[in-house]
Design a protein around this ligand. Structure first.
Ligand code: DX5
Ligand code: ZN
Length: 217
């Protein structure tokens, strides 16, 4: 089986132990780090923005995988890209029209960043299809966006399979990422379904970080 990318989610990091926990992530040799930007509007929680990510960027060479859950994705995408995001994934629900979504994808790429698209678990898959030929990544949400530590929704597996089949049939090359409730067991199911990237927050940071990352590979 192909090697999976694990993207530990900074949301579940213990900020009092940032330095030592980050060192363990780096030691695990996982290439990506996942940042959940929440604005208190699109989702209830407020997390962090560009300055915090800049700090992480100074401390490591990890690929900065940014997932924005915000009402103003155009503005926030630019701020995060200026701060060094390598992948910028936004929600289809956060813009009003297909035209605006296509424009934001194009603008993310024009700023030298990779572009990803995602949707809440209840949003129909048809709302994502128009963008699959333009994006570098599709993110399947396996929990309701907004907080860590929730249980994996098995319906996500059907979506992963759907996007994997669609990619093959249309000769596309986007990555399939899954986010929410990932542990050793659900991670394995996602891999089997065709996922390329596993985001994991509480599972990674509630245990031995290096062991947990290795167990997802
Ligand atoms: C949820 C976030 C996730 C979160 C996942 O809105 O998008 O990235 O960190 O946390 P776990 O792995 O604990 O479900
Ligand atoms: Zn996320």
């Amino acid at each position: 089986m192909k090697e999976i990318i694990v993207a530990p989610s900074v949301l579940s990091l213990d900020y009092a132990k940032t330095e030592s926990q980050l060192a363990k992530v780096v030691a695990s040799k996982t290439p990506w780090l996942h940042f959940d930007v929440m604005d208190g509007h699109f989702v209830e929680a407020i997390t962090f923005g560009p300055n915090v990510m800049k700090g992480f960027k100074k401390a490591t060479n990890l690929f900065m995988d940014v997932h924005i859950m915000v009402d103003q994705p155009v503005k926030v995408a630019k701020q995060m890209i200026d701060a060094g995001a390598d992948m910028l994934t936004f929600h289809v629900e956060s813009l009003d029209s297909e035209h605006e979504i296509h424009q934001l994808i194009a603008s993310i790429k024009a700023q030298g960043c990779k572009a990803g698209i995602t949707a809440r678990p209840g949003t129909h898959i048809a709302n994502i299809l128009p963008y699959l030929a333009s994006v570098d990544l599709v993110l399947v949400m396996s929990v309701e966006p907004g907080k860590g530590g929730q249980s994996f929704m098995p319906h996500a597996l059907d979506k992963i399979k759907y996007f994997a089949t669609y990619r093959k049939e249309h000769k596309l090359s986007y990555l399939i990422e899954v986010d929410g409730g990932i542990n050793e067991e659900t991670g394995k199911l996602c891999k089997e379904a065709g996922a390329d990237v596993l985001v994991a927050g509480s599972y990674v940071f509630d245990g031995d970080i290096e062991e947990r990352i290795a167990s997802l590979r």
